[in-house]
Ligand binder design. Structure first.
Ligand code: ASP
Length: 333
């Protein structure tokens, strides 16, 4: 019957481009960062850098294996950020910095490039893994962002494990707060310090996702919200362009809508992911005096790691290349 033939013919006609799309999409990639900043000095700094490199490499091994086995980019970025939140080395989750009151207020966000759904949380106290709460906001509420007591009440109602303030107490962050209090003439966060974490991924289906988590800036005013929980500023993902996670002086990333701007340059100006990322970091942020960097991956698995600070902890693994971790410029990433 002609009707039947037409139905049979349609998939055959679509097979060429569709097959090409799937082949291109069968590649996968994971990029993570552990914050941008200025390098410290001395033996303890070297030990710290080694530990950070090892932690990033572990997360990349696990995430890469999951992507190779067919896991979704959304699951992988959440898991990668969770693992970094559980480490005291990073300014996210357990190792978060102190605010001006000697407390911790955490924030995180996550975005699904396939559906453009997004979730974010800010001003959190007592939440062990903010990135998971961000995902729950995305999947279990009609909202994009919850903050403060409302976000914590939502976490409790959903059965999330809460932790006390001691969980987040680390000596190096406490010393950083004391040092920052002695230099009150400096705007909190004017000099970026390492430790915010983020992940962007492309999965075998060709879907992109991004996530970011932070404790914010040492000595920040209570209630301050940075870019890491603002969709479009610190985090963005769209299958139409790329997935982005930022780190640095958040106020500037908010003002230039940095993560979304990288995507917009690709979508509207036809730029590739590297030149779009470089334009946002070096021109738009740089012109305002904003310090930091970002990681991005596009649908073809092309990666960009760009920063205007001296260092950015970062690493990547793709279908075609093993785990690589870098800190300074010119280290192949
Ligand atoms: N962007 C984060 C914030 O401003 C901090 C950082 O990435 O270092 O809260």
């Amino acid at each position: 019957m002609p009707m039947k033939r037409r139905l049979r013919e349609r998939p055959a006609a679509a097979a060429g481009p569709e097959r090409r799309r799937r082949r291109a999409a069968a590649g996968w990639a994971l990029v993570v960062h552990g914050g941008a900043g200025e390098p410290g000095q001395g033996a303890s700094e070297e030990r710290h850098e080694r530990a950070v490199r090892e932690a990033l490499a572990r997360v990349l091994e696990e995430g890469g294996a999951a992507l190779a086995a067919g896991a979704s980019s959304l699951d992988v970025v959440e898991q990668a950020v969770r693992a970094l939140e559980d480490s005291p080395l990073f300014n996210a989750g357990r190792g978060a910095v102190f605010n001006a009151h000697g407390e911790h207020e955490l924030e995180a966000s996550i975005m699904d490039g396939r559906t453009l759904r997004a979730g974010a949380v800010a001003n959190l106290r007592g939440i062990k893994n903010p990135v998971t709460l961000a995902r729950w906001v995305m999947e279990r509420t009609p909202h994009v962002c919850l903050e403060g007591e409302g976000a914590v009440a939502f976490a409790r109602a959903q059965g999330m494990e809460l932790v006390g303030p001691d969980y987040f107490w680390t000596e190096h962050r406490w010393k950083a707060l004391k040092a920052a209090r002695l230099h009150t003439q400096e705007e909190p966060g004017a000099t970026p310090e390492h430790g915010t974490v983020g992940a962007v991924a492309l999965d075998r289906r060709g879907d992109l996702a991004a996530a970011t988590s932070t404790g914010g800036r040492t000595n920040k005013l209570a209630g301050r919200v940075g870019d890491s929980s603002i969709i479009g500023a610190g985090t963005y993902a769209s299958n139409a362009s790329c997935a982005v996670s930022c780190t640095g002086h958040g106020e500037y990333f908010i003002r230039v809508a940095a993560a979304r701007d990288v995507c917009a340059l690709m979508e509207y100006a036809g730029e590739d992911v590297r030149s779009a990322a470089a334009r946002v970091v070096h021109r738009r942020l740089g012109r305002l005096g904003g310090k930091g960097g970002l990681i991005a991956v596009d649908r073809g698995g092309e990666i960009a790691c760009v920063f205007n600070t001296a260092t950015m902890y970062r690493g990547a693994v793709t279908r075609d290349s093993d785990v690589r971790v870098a800190v300074r410029r010119g280290q192949g990433l």
